[in-house]
Each structure stands twice: as C-alpha cells, then as structure tokens.
Design a protein around this ligand. Structure first.
Ligand code: ZN
Length: 317
C-alpha cells in the first residue's frame, strides 16, 4: 500500500493511520522502504536482483547472485520480535502523537501486550528518538537554564530523595523574531564548568550566542566557541523574566509530561531517554502528523538494541 508524506500534512487520525499501516504487509512494506529506499541491495555482494521469501516481519530477501538471505528485521529495533509489526507501528503512532508523553502502562493497555513488553517497546522507541535528536546542535540565539528532573523518589526516606534527582540543561534556539525554533534537554553530571563545557561541545554550534541567568558554570560555553551573555536577574528567578520565556515554556511542558504521564520513573537511570524523546517531539511540533511517518522511518532505520543495554543505567557526562 503506497503512502506519501503530503497526505499526512493535515493531521493523521487513527483511522488514517490504520489505513496506511493497519496490516502486516503494509508495515513490512514500510520497513523495507525505510531500510532500502533505493531498492534492495544484497549486504554481501551489493547485487539488486533478488526474490522474496516469507511474509510480514518474517520476510527474507534472497540474492539471485550469491544466494545470501537477508532478513527484513534482523539488525533493526524489531529484531527477533515475536509481536506483529502492526503492534510496533501502533506503538510508534501512539508515542508520536501523545503530546504530553505516554507511559508504558498506557501503551500496555492500548496495544494489548504485557507490561514488560510495553516497557521494552517504549524504551526502544524512545531510545531511537533520543539518538536521532542528539545529532542536532543549536545555533544562533540560545536561551539556557539549569533544572533538576525528579525529586524525592516515591516512598523514599525523607532527605534521601536526591539520589533520584538528575541535573539537566534545557536550551532553546530562537529565530530573529524571538520565537522558538529547536530545543535540547540533556542530563549533565552536574552544574560544573567541566560538565557544561562537555554539554556545549555536543549541543551547540560554534558561534551560538548563549543567554543564561548568570550561573557561573554557563561561562564554559565559550569552550565550544560560543559567546555567553549573563542576564542580571538579581534576586529574581529566570522563570519570572520575559527574556527567558521560551526556555521556561519548555521546562513547563516537560514538567507537565513528567508529572502527568510518568508520575515517577528511575530518573537517574533513564533521564536522557525521556528527555531526548521529549525534545524529538518538541522539535517536530509544527508537523505532528508528519512526525508519524518520520518516526516510522527513524525506528525502521534504528539499530537493534539488546535488552540488557536498554536496562543498563546511563552515564551522564
Ligand atoms: Zn548477493
């Protein structure tokens, strides 16, 4: 079944989504098109002549020249899945369209899988979103602010909550009219010059003009070839200042997502995945409908992630 990106422009309802990706054959076709946009090429001999064996996610491409068999899903996020691709695609749809985030529990209920399965799918898809978004850097005028994700862990002992708190930097680039373009939200090891220097080098283009409330560590953005403009805020918090309006809006949206959809999660373990998935959606907010098609392509092109790696705690630099 053919689909084109234009038809998604006016919004994509669930019936429209199901029309495009409601069958195993349509999903397999979409995976094939995302992986081999110029047609199948044998991974061994690069030959294009082939025959197709099997159906759905079990589809195999056998090279006519060397007889190598390539699986549709081996090496992808869907590798060795026992679920139909239609459930994966529905999960992609729900995650891409949920403006304030979607919990694994909601996903479990909506697609009819066990909680551990929903959790893994959710984390694999979020991981693709975070990795994809990590490749972009902000340029031009950028507002930054420091914040903490989480607080006291539910049921934690009083005063012991900080172990599940993750420091992160929120940054938003603005256009010449002062409207927001793109956001980055990244966990950092702490608000030290070293951590901000590392963050700036992976998150900002040289030449960006960074505006902060003057927290000392932000001066380290100059290590990445950026200029630093510390706004004098006195006793006031950046949240009260109009010049930090957009970074505050991003922080507000993030807070709504965390408190609304997730309640609490292991912030210290998985902060970057949640933050990256949030930024992925924010940065594509003008085209919520097209986001489905793009996330389908990004997930289909994503590499297989072993379960132990998904469960492993992140390290924040
Ligand atoms: Zn071949």
């Amino acid at each position: 079944m053919a689909y084109n990106f234009i038809q998604f422009q006016q919004g994509m309802s669930l019936p429209e989504f199901l029309h495009c990706f409601g069958t195993e054959a349509a999903c397999a076709e979409a995976v094939q098109r995302a992986r081999w946009p110029n047609g199948f090429a044998c991974p061994r001999c690069r030959g294009s002549a082939h025959c197709v064996l099997g159906a759905g996610s079990r589809r195999l491409f056998q090279c006519n020249a060397c007889h190598h068999q390539a699986s549709l899903i081996a090496g992808t996020v869907f590798a060795s899945t026992k679920l139909p691709l239609t459930k994966w695609f529905l999960a992609i749809y729900l995650i891409s369209q949920a403006k304030t985030g979607l919990s694994a529990l909601a996903l479990k209920r909506q697609i009819g899988v066990s909680y551990p399965t929903a959790w893994l799918m959710h984390h694999k898809i979020m991981s693709v979103m975070a990795q994809r978004d990590a490749t972009y850097r902000l340029s031009g005028t950028v507002q930054v602010d420091d914040a903490y994700l989480g607080g006291e862990r539910a049921g934690g002992k009083p005063g012991r909550g900080s172990e599940n708190k993750v420091p992160f930097v929120a940054a938003v680039s603005l256009n010449e009219q002062g409207n927001p373009l793109y956001a980055k939200v990244a966990a950092v090891a702490g608000f030290t010059s070293e951590a901000i220097s590392n963050w700036a080098q992976s998150s900002l283009e040289p030449g960006a003009q960074v505006h902060s409330d003057g927290l000392a560590c932000f001066a380290a953005v100059t290590d990445a070839g950026c200029t630093h403009h510390a706004e004098v805020v006195g006793q006031r918090k950046p949240r009260d200042l109009p010049q930090f309006k957009w970074v505050n809006t991003v922080l507000g949206n993030l807070k709504t997502m965390v408190s609304g959809a997730y309640k609490a999660f292991a912030y210290s373990k998985y902060a970057q995945r949640y933050l990256g998935a949030f930024a992925y959606r924010f940065n594509r907010r003008f085209d919520l409908a097209g986001m489905v098609a793009r996330l389908v392509v990004d997930v289909c092109r994503g590499h297989a992630i072993p379960e132990r790696q998904i469960r492993l705690a992140e390290v924040h630099f």
